[in-house]
Design a protein around this ligand. Structure first.
Ligand code: CTP
Length: 401
C-alpha cells in the first residue's frame, strides 16, 4: 500500500526511539522507501546501524559525516526527496525548536527545508506533555498544517503512569496509509475481529480446545485493513501471522480472555466480526497441579462460557455493525437464523461441515449469508481470502447504505 512512497523518518532523543526501528520495518514491508535522520539526542538511545540495516539506506545525523572530507550531507536535497516526513518520537525539545524555527542540528534543518506533509508522534513524560509550553507548541505545529499523532496512556519510562507514550508503530502506519489513500472505503472505521479457537485450561499442562485454525478470521482482518479500517484482531492460539502492518493483534487463550478484550474494544468499534470458534464450556475447576492418571475413568464438569457475540449484540448501537458465524452440521439454515436473531447480528455467515472444502483448517470455504429479513445469498467454493472479500464487501455496503 506504500509502494513507491518516499518517507523520511526523523528520530529524536527519547527512549521510544526503539519503537521507530519497528516502524521502519512496517513501512518498508508495506513497500515504502524509508530514509532516516537522527538528532544528536537520538544517538544516545539507538545506533544509525539499526536504522540503516532496516531501511537499506544510509542514515544521517550531521551535515557532514567526516569533518575532513569536505563532503556534506545536503539537508535540502533530503527534505525535497520526501513525499512525507514523520517525526517519531518527537521529544519536547524538538517540538519546541520546530515551533520556534530553530535549526541548530541536521534533523531540524531537514525539517525546516521540507515541503511535504509532516506527521508528528510526540513521546515524553506525562507532565512534560501536558505542560502549557508543549501544548502551545503542538497548537502552533497544528497551525502550520502538521498532523499530530497523539501519544497513548500507560506506564512511562520514568515509572510514572499517564499520557506520553509514543503512538504504536501500527497506528502510525495506519495514519500513513490513510494519508496516501484517503479514498479507501473504510478509512475512518474501527473494526474488531475475533479469530481462532479458545483453549480452556484443565490443569497446568492440559486444555480443551477445537480444530479452528483462525484462517477465516485472519483473512477478514486483512480484507478490512486493506480497505482502510483500523483493525483489532483478537486471536485465540494460532500459528498464523498478520501481513497488513496496520492490524493490531491481541492474543488470548480462553473464552473469558477473548470476552475481556472484545468488551474493552467494542464501544470504540464501528464493525465487529465474530469469526472465532469460542469454547461453549470451560472446566468448572482448573487443577493447580498436573492431574495424575490414577483412575481407570475420569470425568470433568464444565460450566458455560460467556457468549461474546450475544453480549456484544446486547450492547450494539444503531451505528455499529455486528457480524456472526455459524458452523453447522445439520438443519444449517434454521440454526443459523436462530443465532442471527438471538445474537442481534446484522447478518450471519453460514458454513456447513457437510460441504466439502468448508470449515476448519482448510484454505477454502463455502458460505451463505443470511439477513434478518430472511434474505439469503449463496456463494461457491472459494479461497478463504476471496470469501473474506465477499463478507467485507457486504459490511462495506452496510457502512455506506
Ligand atoms: N460465539 C461467541 N461466544 C461464544 C460462542 C459463540 O462469540 N461463547 C460466536 C461465534 O464466534 C459465532 C457465533 O457466536 O460468531 C455462533 O457460534 P456457534 O458456536 O456456531 O454457536 P453457539 O451459539 O455456540 O451455539 P451451538 O454451539 O450450540 O451451535
Amino acid at each position: 500500500m506504500l509502494t513507491g512512497k518516499k518517507i523520511l523518518l526523523a528520530v529524536t532523543g527519547s527512549i521510544a526511539a526503539y519503537k521507530s526501528a519497528y516502524l521502519v520495518r512496517l513501512l518498508t514491508s508495506a513497500g515504502a522507501d524509508v530514509r532516516v535522520v537522527l538528532s544528536p539526542g537520538a544517538l544516545e538511545f539507538i545506533t544509525p546501524l539499526t536504522f540503516s540495516t532496516l531501511s537499506g539506506n544510509p542514515v544521517h545525523s550531521d551535515f557532514t559525516e567526516d569533518k575532513n572530507s569536505g563532503v556534506w550531507t545536503r539537508h535540502v536535497d533530503m527534505a525535497l526527496w520526501a513525499d512525507l516526513m514523520i517525526i517519531a518520537p518527537a521529544s519536547a525539545n524538538t517540538l519546541s525548536k520546530m515551533a520556534s524555527g530553530q535549526s541548530d542540528n541536521f534533523l531540524l534543518a531537514v525539517y525546516m527545508s521540507n515541503r511535504c506533509h509532516v506527521m508528528i508522534a510526540p513521546a515524553m513524560d506525562h507532565d512534560m506533555f501536558l505542560h502549557e509550553a508543549t501544548q502551545q507548541n503542538l497548537a502552533k505545529l497544528i497551525d502550520f498544517g502538521h498532523q499530530i499523532i497523539r501519544p497513548g496512556e500507560g506506564s512511562l519510562a520514568s515509572g510514572l503512569h499517564g499520557i506520553g507514550r509514543m503512538a504504536e508503530p501500527a497506528e502510525i502506519v495506519r495514519e500513513v496509509i490513510g494519508h496516501f489513500h484517503p479514498d479507501l472505503p473504510l478509512i475512518n472505521k474501527k473494526a474488531i475481529v475475533t479469530a481462532g479457537p479458545t483453549y480452556e485450561r484443565i490443569d497446568p499442562v492440559r486444555f480443551v480446545g477445537n480444530f479452528s485454525s483462525g484462517k477465516m478470521g485472519f483473512a477478514i482482518a486483512e480484507q478490512l485493513a486493506a480497505r482502510g479500517a483500523d483493525v483489532t484482531l483478537v486471536s485465540g492460539p494460532s500459528v498464523l501471522k498478520t501481513n497488513h502492518p496496520g492490524i493490531r493483534r491481541i492474543d488470548v487463550m480462553t473464552a473469558a480472555e477473548m470476552y475481556q478484550a472484545c468488551i474493552e474494544n467494542f464501544d470504540a468499534s464501528d464493525i465487529a466480526v465474530m469469526a472465532a470458534a469460542v469454547a461453549d464450556y470451560t472446566p468448572t475447576h482448573v487443577a493447580s497441579e498436573k492431574i495424575k492418571k490414577n483412575d481407570d475413568q475420569w470425568s470433568l464438569t464444565f460450566e458455560k462460557t460467556v457468549d461474546i457475540a450475544a453480549s456484544l449484540g446486547k450492547l450494539k448501537r444503531k451505528d455499529q455493525i455486528l457480524v456472526g458465524f455459524a458452523l453447522e452440521t445439520e438443519h444449517e439454515e434454521k440454526h443459523a437464523f436462530v443465532k442471527l436473531t438471538k445474537k442481534n447480528f446484522d447478518f450471519i455467515v453460514l458454513n456447513s461441515l457437510r460441504d466439502e472444502g468448508a470449515g476448519f483448517g482448510t484454505d477454502t470455504n463455502k458460505i451463505s449469508l443470511i439477513w434478518p429479513d430472511n434474505k439469503r445469498q449463496n456463494f461457491g467454493l472459494k479461497s478463504k481470502s476471496k470469501v473474506a472479500a465477499d463478507i467485507v464487501a457486504e459490511i462495506e455496503q452496510l457502512t455506506h447504505p
